[in-house]
Design a binder for this molecule. Structure first.
Ligand SMILES: [Zn+2]
Length: 147
């Protein structure tokens, strides 16, 4: 499966992350699959209304998110929740054990329709932005390579 995300949306994610530095920040990834299911297009993000954040922790709440997901689902094309994103201020975009456990919980969650949720981590180190895209596959987080 390939991933497609616009530079504009990436810029929005990176900028909103910078605004919350030195704390972590994040949200939900929204998108749709191509007809042959070989490509996942990430098109939108939802920012959490409520969250807990420190420089080393980010926990989002799902208050109000279902309502917004329903609106995406009614659109054309139908879009839905495809994963999570969060920042690592002053760190590389490598998932922590907390990140891994959170993704395992999401992929096993009965209300989550997708079996292979995505994780995008935005790392900010010495003014350098590095992106890490991962997909949960058979209880492992596999990193995507950029092409
Ligand atoms: Zn993390």
């Amino acid at each position: 499966m390939t991933l497609e995300i616009s530079d504009l949306l990436l810029k929005e994610i990176i900028d909103v992350g910078i605004q919350h530095c030195p704390n972590e920040f994040g949200g939900f990834l929204i998108g749709f699959y191509s007809e042959d299911s070989k490509q996942l297009n990430i098109t939108d993000i939802i920012l959490p209304k409520k969250y807990k954040a420190t420089p080393y922790l980010f926990e989002r709440d799902t208050i109000g998110v279902n309502e917004r997901l329903r609106r995406f689902f009614k659109g054309e094309p139908k879009k839905y929740y495809v994963g999570e994103w969060h920042t690592h201020p002053q760190n590389s975009p490598i998932p922590s054990s907390t990140d891994y456990n959170a993704m395992v919980a999401i992929s096993n969650h009965k209300n989550v329709a997708i079996k292979n949720p995505l994780l995008l981590i935005v790392g900010y180190q010495n003014k350098l932005v590095e992106l890490g895209f991962y997909v949960m596959f058979k209880n492992k987080l596999c990193r995507y390579e950029k092409i």
